[in-house]
Design a protein around this ligand. Sequence first.
Ligand SMILES: [Zn+2]
Length: 213
Amino acid sequence: MYCRVCRSDDLRILDFEQRYYYCNNCQAIFIEKKEIVRPEEEKERYMGHDNSHQNEGYVEMFKDFLEVGVFPFIQDLNNVLEFGCGPGPVLADLLEKEDYQVDKYDPYFFPDRVFENKKYDLITSTEVFEHFSEPRKEMKFLKHHLKYGGYLAVMTSFHPGPEKFADWWYKWDPTHIIFYNLNTFQKIAEDYNLKIIYTNGEKYILFKNLDFK
Ligand SMILES: [Zn+2]
């Protein structure tokens, strides 16, 4: 078995909950493939979330993400892909209010492949990375659709380390199947020739694409 983020075979099973693996190389934590919830169940879970503008806390969360983790670092932004926007595309709406051209994609709720033959100045992906069953495939996709010098802005809660993982609330959602920390994201940056521009060390991370192709 290999780490689904970095392909290392240097893994160990966490003692307290044996369905989780910890990668000694990149420090990702993930569950076994057979434990992953089926897509139909996952969609139902999303439908149950209150992902709308009525939920004020939800809107504030995205405003904070943009104001703290994105806008201070990016100039000359034109087009944006909101990747994994869910049923109520709050973040896309906030970006459109700033007059950016925003494409929305979500495999369940906005399945049109709007990104075909396109590259973006910015791809946002919030509360999405923790759902990836194949993060390498997803990263390859995201990288492919970034312009040179383009940005990838991610929000996902960084795990607190294997010692504190047992009590960590974020893993209680059964659709959350893989967790990262700063070390994991540094490995991802190396693997895909990205540079980390900003992180708050908790849940926001902003990458810049260094490739010319
Ligand atoms: Zn790894």
